[in-house]
Design a protein around this ligand. Structure first.
Ligand SMILES: [Zn+2]
Length: 394
């Protein structure tokens, strides 16, 4: 450990935080057409780069992604859209490959994008030179390359000192446009908080309760979420009885999409509030690094089952981090469910369906979720303390 023998209190460290402001965009017809073309070009360039990467790898055994500029002669329509959007696709593809090679279990091999199951979106970085910038905001609009001034509604404004670095434009399935403005914000680095057993909480993901805490408290998803999901089933039934392609069918599909959007908003709102509450109340949160994709696939892969726990974990991570607190992750293959939290014995015969069980060694009675949460907390804290000791020694 380094000792600071400087008598004066050291100035707080400066760091950069990133904040996003989501705005509603109201493009005119011309701008809307340009956005649509940009979505298409981004998919096109992604697929071309991915295909050429594969071919190149097959022929030479080396990894190489050609830059978007290379395709402009044979596909002149690419010149009509913001070049920055294509560059971003190049960056995203490179990142996707880096993620895949570093951690193939969590990140799949990059896939080709098809219009019908891809999100309509593109991103562009702000190029700032002196006093001029390619992207900037006015009172009621965003100025973008090629599109010009796009009318917008701002739920809040950036604070002074925030620098606009990137915009992502997205079209929802119901035809609304949103912009995500990413700002780089200079802040003082928070003082690191040292967690203790009393100020740390363990959370176990639960399909029925969203999560179970180590003290047994559960966060049941609000009733309205279930009510909305009942509506989803009822619309699905109606759709099954209708003639695909008919006007009624199309209207029902639009209704279905609006409902999905509504559920997504409700869920995000719930996740933000839950993660904010926990990040403020506790100094550290222990959680298991579950592969939620694997869990969802085991359960049939329906997106209705997607309770947003992955999103919740990321929200927790940054909300804790901004207060100098920690998210302590326990490996996905560390035994937590089958271990008795009282005596440490492993119960290999525990059925995956058992909600309650009795430890065959010490006789302790366990609720499945709570017991796992206790183990997750103990394991997370132990790893943290070991790391502290190792850092102090080195
Ligand atoms: Zn036991």
């Amino acid at each position: 450990m380094k000792m600071n023998d400087n008598r004066r209190p050291s100035a707080p460290k400066r760091t950069t935080q990133y904040n996003t402001i989501k705005i509603r965009l109201y493009p005119n017809q011309e701008q809307e057409e340009l956005f649509q073309r940009t979505f298409g070009c981004c998919r096109y360039i992604w697929n071309r780069m991915l295909a050429d990467h594969e071919r190149f790898y097959y022929e030479t055994d080396a990894h190489f992604i050609p830059t978007p500029a290379k395709y402009k002669t044979e596909a002149p329509f690419l010149k009509e859209v913001d070049h920055q959007a294509l560059t971003q696709e190049y960056n995203k593809l490179s990142q996707a490959f880096r993620n895949f090679f570093r951690n193939p279990a969590s990140f799949g091999y990059p896939k080709f994008k098809r219009k019908k199951d891809d999100r309509d979106s593109f991103s562009a970085c702000n190029q700032v030179m002196g006093n001029s910038a390619t992207i900037y905001i006015t009172q009621d609009a965003v100025r973008m390359t090629k599109a010009g001034l796009v009318r917008a509604k701002f739920p809040r404004r950036p604070r002074s000192g925030w620098k606009l670095t990137r915009i992502t434009v997205e079209r929802t399935k119901t035809g609304k446009y949103y912009g995500y403005l990413l700002f780089a914000c200079p802040v003082h680095a928070p003082e690191p908080v040292k967690p203790t057993a009393d100020t740390t909480i363990g959370l176990k993901y639960s399909l029925t309760h969203f999560y179970v805490r180590d003290d047994g408290i559960t966060a049941d998803p609000p009733r309205w979420l279930r009510q909305s999901q009942d509506k989803v089933s009822s619309i699905q039934e109606k759709l099954n009885r209708m003639q695909p392609g008919s006007r009624n069918y199309r209207e029902m599909v639009q209704k279905y999409r609006l409902l999905h959007e509504h559920i997504a908003n409700q869920r995000r709102d719930f996740l933000h509030k839950e993660s904010r509450r926990i990040a403020n109340d506790w100094d550290a949160v222990c959680i298991r690094d579950d592969s939620l994709k694997a869990i969802s696939e085991e359960l049939g892969g329906s997106d209705i089952h997607d309770t947003g726990f992955g999103m919740f974990r990321e929200m927790l991570r940054y909300k804790l981090d901004r207060q100098g607190k920690q998210l302590l992750e326990v490996g996905r293959f560390d035994p937590t469910t089958k271990v008795c939290s009282v005596c440490g014995a492993i119960n290999e015969t525990l059925s995956p369906k058992a909600r309650h069980w009795v430890c065959p060694v010490c006789g302790a009675e366990h609720k499945r979720g709570k017991n796992a949460a206790v183990n997750i907390k103990a394991h997370g804290l132990a790893c943290y303390q070991n790391k502290q000791v190792a850092e102090a020694v080195s």
